[in-house]
Design a protein around this ligand. Structure first.
Ligand code: AMP
Length: 220
């Protein structure tokens, strides 16, 4: 496992998944979206899916031990040899500690913790209009970034749908969970000199340019 080793964290709707996919294309590192893995497991009704789907629909976090095991297994796969882009993990200090231990053991520590941010009104507008591809997880927006053909993914032709947790009632819960459990990662990574705070407001391309600058800049 060498090459780019970064995590994205930030509130729902900040652009983690979108930017992680762009980095994946550029660097060939594996993009690991824990949310996407869990949604696929729920659809396939695997034991992981059955165990975790309730947390997802409530907007709660899945327990740390389940998540850490899932990510540890994923990072061992061959496509992560060229590095990884973790999107949505870690989400708690306990997960961050476990990730640090895991990577230390392999002698390949994290290079950057990319903290994307945007004000709540922007996040709410993005989430409530977001449409996600059932097949490849690509994201569109009904108004800001509509697909060429209504309901169809431009990238793979898959069906676009609105995630249950992107409905208004769930969005507030997810924003609260972020503030309480995930926002403390900012200090955690700041202390380790890995934090790169990135303004997530603007077009996909504007944010992409900031992400690339943050990666090239080195320690902040
Ligand atoms: P996301 O697609 O990143 O917005 O994640 C969707 C949902 O999956 C979250 O609201 C959680 O229920 C669950 N989830 C994803 N990643 C994690 C994680 N690292 N820890 C706990 N729960 C997670």
């Amino acid at each position: 496992m060498s090459g780019l080793r970064v995590i994205f964290f930030g509130p729902p709707g900040a652009g983690k998944g979108t930017q992680a996919k762009l980095l994946e294309r550029e660097f060939g590192a594996c993009q690991v979206s824990t949310g996407e893995i869990l949604r696929k497991a729920a659809r396939a009704e695997t034991s992981l899916g059955k165990q975790t789907s309730g947390y997802l629909s409530r907007g709660d976090l899945v327990p740390d031990d389940v998540m850490v095991k899932l990510v540890a297994e994923r990072l061992k796969k061959p496509d992560c040899k060229a590095g990884f882009i973790l999107d949505g993990f870690p989400r708690t200090i306990a997960q961050a500690d476990d990730l640090e231990r895991m990577l230390k053991k392999d002698g390949l520590p994290l290079e950057h913790a990319l903290g994307l941010n945007a004000p709540n009104d922007v996040l709410i507008k993005r989430l409530s209009g977001r449409r996600t591809c059932r097949n490849c997880g690509s994201m569109f927006h009904a108004v800001f970034n509509p697909p060429t053909k209504d309901g169809v993914c431009d990238r793979c032709g898959g069906e676009l749908y609105q995630r249950d947790d992107d409905r208004e009632e769930q969005i507030a819960a997810r924003l609260r969970v972020y503030e309480e459990q995930t926002a403390p990662l900012k200090d955690y990574y700041r202390k380790r000199r890995l934090l790169r705070e990135i303004n997530g407001v603007g077009s996909v391309d504007e944010v992409r340019q900031r992400v690339f600058r943050a990666i090239g800049d080195g320690a902040k």
